[in-house]
Design a protein around this ligand. Structure first.
Ligand code: ADP
Length: 171
């Protein structure tokens, strides 16, 4: 699996699936969630409502899939990151679950290319360095014959630098 880092807006990325850092209501929010719903249009929210009616809220660490409305991706995978708190171990495990469950779902859908935002590092206040280590570790560990490329889409320069350092450590 190839791993890339890009600085930019995930709604503009051309992958089979993009991942949304949603909240458990699945009914939209701020940050990347708001951006995805704005750019993708009302179909995504309609799909989220249908999921809610079927299974209720989405628990932290879990992932669900919808269509991608007007976005160029085929799917949006919505995963609910943990709100950072002092239980570092519990928060870390839940963040790891977000990446793992999103990748498993993507694989089941036959997704070849997938883009992740830096889940939980905005409104949910997860420390950026630790979040990046968890994300990179989990993606590196994930063995797939189906997914060919994972792109980490960093919205801010700080995350971009952290990811670049983790993926291309200086000799
Ligand atoms: P969370 O509630 O999981 O912290 P946020 O959306 O607040 O979710 O932030 C998650 C990450 O997504 C942050 O690093 C934030 O800077 C980033 N982000 C915000 N908007 C976008 C966007 N359009 N594309 C990619 N990343 C974004």
């Amino acid at each position: 699996m190839k791993i890339e880092v890009i600085k930019g807006d995930i709604t503009k990325i051309n992958t089979d699936a993009i991942v949304n850092a949603a909240n458990s209501s699945l009914l939209g929010g701020g940050g990347v969630d708001g951006a995805i719903h704005r750019a993708g249009g009302p179909q995504i929210l309609e799909d989220c409502r249908a999921i809610r009616n079927r299974q209720g809220k989405c628990n932290t660490g879990e992932a669900v899939v919808t269509t991608a409305g007007n976005l160029s991706a085929q799917y949006v995978i919505h995963t609910v990151g943990p709100v950072w708190n002092d239980d570092k171990e519990k928060s870390s495990k839940l963040l790891l679950d977000c990446y793992k469950n999103s990748l498993l779902l993507a694989e089941n859908l036959g997704v070849k290319t997938i883009a992740f935002p830096n889940i939980s590092t905005g409104i949910y206040k997860f420390p950026k360095e630790l979040a990046a280590e968890i994300a990179v570790d989990e993606v590196r560990k994930f063995q797939s014959d189906i997914i060919e490329k994972v792109i980490f889409v960093c919205f801010d320069e700080e995350n971009e630098e952290i990811y670049k350092k983790l993926l291309n450590p200086p000799l």
